[in-house]
Design a binder for this molecule. Structure first.
Ligand SMILES: [Zn+2]
Ligand SMILES: [Zn+2]
Length: 193
């Protein structure tokens, strides 16, 4: 039945806690981040330290785990693509139900369970981290982003401007405009009926 590896960094053994309701234990641990923690462009680098500060409490139907997860996030600014590093702190609150409290009815529920005395923290760690990911990561709240014409970083060059359109197709159009302007100057009375 048991598929959890008791030596895996994110597997907790609750034997010391016991099963008497009200029994509590504080657990602090630092584990290497599992693979793919986060999303493609933004996440916690595999193997980087993740700190868990947890309180385990035995209740009637299982073990209640509450606490925080902190980790360093790597990604890039959504506007200027600068690399980003920030710390996130997420919350964990999960009831792990004892084996013997499971009924066939529970089977397809999204219930976390103990396997014997073991708890798997990984799904909750993932949820906690994903919930903390910023929707649009930015290097600073007012990042001006990139110049739409040449891709220069506007934060480094705020007065950056282009006098002439760079695209040669527009250069032709500019000449034409100028000619039309001159013609109109020469015929100020010009009208359409
Ligand atoms: Zn930026
Ligand atoms: Zn530019």
């Amino acid at each position: 039945m048991t598929s959890l590896d008791p030596r895996a960094p994110l597997v907790l053994d609750t034997r010391e806690l016991g099963r008497r309701p009200g029994s509590q234990r504080e657990v602090s641990l630092t584990v290497p981040a599992p693979k793919d923690l986060g999303i493609d462009v933004l996440g916690v680098a595999e193997g980087s330290p993740v700190e868990l500060d947890l309180r385990l409490e035995a209740v009637m139907e299982g073990v209640l785990v509450t606490g925080t997860v902190s980790a360093d996030l790597d990604g890039e600014c959504a506007r200027c693509l600068e690399p980003l590093h920030e710390q996130i702190v997420g919350d964990i609150q999960e009831l792990y139900v004892y084996d013997e409290h499971q009924t066939p009815h529970d089977e397809d529920d999204e219930v976390s369970r103990l396997e014997g005395d073991l708890i798997d923290l990984e799904p909750q760690l993932r949820d906690a981290v994903v919930l903390e990911l910023p929707f649009q990561p930015m290097c600073r709240p007012d990042c001006p982003g990139l110049c739409p014409e040449c891709g220069a970083r506007l934060a480094e060059d705020p007065d950056h401007a282009h006098d002439e359109p760079i695209d040669p197709r527009w250069a032709g159009l500019a000449d034409l405009n100028e000619q039309l302007g001159q013609e109109l100057d020469q015929h100020p009375e010009h009208k359409h009926d």
